[in-house]
Ligand binder design. Structure first.
Ligand code: ARG
Length: 406
């Protein structure tokens, strides 16, 4: 853990202007406690008592934000490990994974779906400065229908296994939202369709009814919480957007209607287009069952084509990688895929910074190198607008004004 420093000044050679995509040359970034207090030209006077960090030969960006992670859980790549492991063990995995994520330059994450409020516990421990990790926006257990993607269908009925967030019908889902809020979540997640990594669900098939989705969104928004919906199939995506969710996760089978509606309503899409490569190359070796590998084959290429179409249409996009499917700390690999499938490097960076901050309603605090915001900063040694892959190896990480990597 870093030592607390009250006053820091960064000598920055290049600072990204998040709107124009221009590099501001030779700036001084003044940091007081956890926030950026001033940004000046390099000729301004540096106070004698300040700690100076020289990043004149680096490119400085706002800390990255991954809007879809699963940091809790096993350290091994064994597909079934989670089934045999206690929540206590999983949260220790979370501590290790959180540090890897932060060291990769991700200073904020949205943790989407965590049994036993493990994510809330880890969020609080990180915020109290006990362990190193990104700021966590935690969802607690994902809501889902009985037998759906957000249930746990791996054991037979005599075990009576069910996931924490299972709720059916408008009043049960409202109660589950209230319970999650009671135990401290920041956001609500629900499963609108089947998924790749669950047993016995179909990726294309809707799960909650429109009425249930509307109940979830109404209850969450009434309490000031944003909502993320897992949805691959078109009808599930459509109903989720109609119900008023803030983001759709995966969004694999988009069509003209869902793209137009997302655009009209300002819905964010959080499309995990890196992990398909990992699953198709390493999944079998990690013990992923054929049922799930087969579903990945159904989703991967279509999802990337949908991504291209959504970018082209100008839909709001964030970076959401579903870290945990692939090893933690590799989150930045998604940047290059976002560029390969249609974004400019600047758009990919914006998706992971200012757009994510706006989705979280944290644009006053996060998402750009701006006076008054939290000093969450990363640096790389080359211009990422020319070579996006340089974001996979950050040379410097600061969160809350504290240096974690240098
Ligand atoms: N959690 C998601 C699911 O199980 C992951 C989907 C991964 N594949 C993909 N092509 N995005 O459905």
């Amino acid at each position: 853990l870093p030592v607390t420093q009250a006053n820091t000044v960064i000598k920055a050679g290049h600072v990204l202007d998040f709107e124009s995509g221009k590099w501001q040359k030779d700036q001084l970034i003044f940091i007081e406690n956890e926030r950026i207090s001033q940004i000046t030209s390099a000729t301004a006077k540096i106070p004698d008592n300040a700690t100076v960090i020289d990043l004149q030969d680096q490119y400085l960006l706002p800390g990255f934000m991954d809007m879809h992670t699963h940091m809790m859980g096993p350290l091994a790549n064994d597909f079934f490990a989670g089934l045999f492991q206690s929540p206590h063990r999983s949260v220790i995995g979370g501590v290790v994974n959180a540090e890897k994520t932060l060291m990769a330059g991700f200073t904020s994450v949205r943790e989407l779906g965590s049994a036993d409020y493990m994510d809330v516990a880890l969020r609080n421990s990180i915020a109290d400065g006990e362990v190193a990790g990104p700021r966590i926006f935690a969802s607690g257990p994902s809501l889902g229908i009985t037998g759906g993607h957000c249930d746990d269908n791996s054991l037979n009925q005599s075990y009576e296994l069910k996931a924490d967030g299972v709720a059916d019908g408008p009043w049960e889902v409202r109660k589950m939202v209230r319970k999650n809020i009671k135990y401290g979540v920041d956001v609500i997640k629900f499963c609108a369709t089947g998924g790749v990594f669950s047993k016995g669900t179909k990726v294309g098939m809707r799960q909650y009814t429109l009425e249930e989705m509307q109940a979830i969104v109404d209850e969450a928004h009434t309490h000031g919480k944003i909502v993320a919906a897992h949805a691959h199939g078109t009808e599930g995506i459509l109903f989720a957007i109609k119900a008023g969710v803030d983001s759709v996760e995966h969004a694999s089978f988009l069509d003209a209607e869902t793209i137009a509606l997302a655009k009209e309503k300002g819905t964010y899409l959080s499309m995990d287009i890196y992990n398909t490569e990992y699953t198709l190359s390493k999944g079998e070796e990690n013990g992923v069952p054929e049922e799930n590998l087969n579903k990945e084959r159904q989703v991967g290429a279509i999802q990337r084509a949908s991504f291209t179409a959504a970018v082209k249409a100008g839909v709001n996009m964030v970076l959401g990688s579903d870290a945990g499917i692939y090893p933690h700390g590799d989150n930045a690999k998604q940047f290059a895929r976002m560029v390969r499938f249609g974004m400019t490097p600047l758009q990919a960076i914006q998706a992971s910074t200012i757009n994510a901050a706006t989705l979280l309603k944290q644009q006053e605090n996060l998402g750009s190198v701006t006076k008054g915001k939290f000093a969450d900063l990363v640096a790389v040694s080359a211009d990422p607008l020319k070579n996006i892959e340089v974001l996979e190896s950050v040379s410097f990480v600061m969160k809350n004004g504290q240096v974690y990597k240098r």
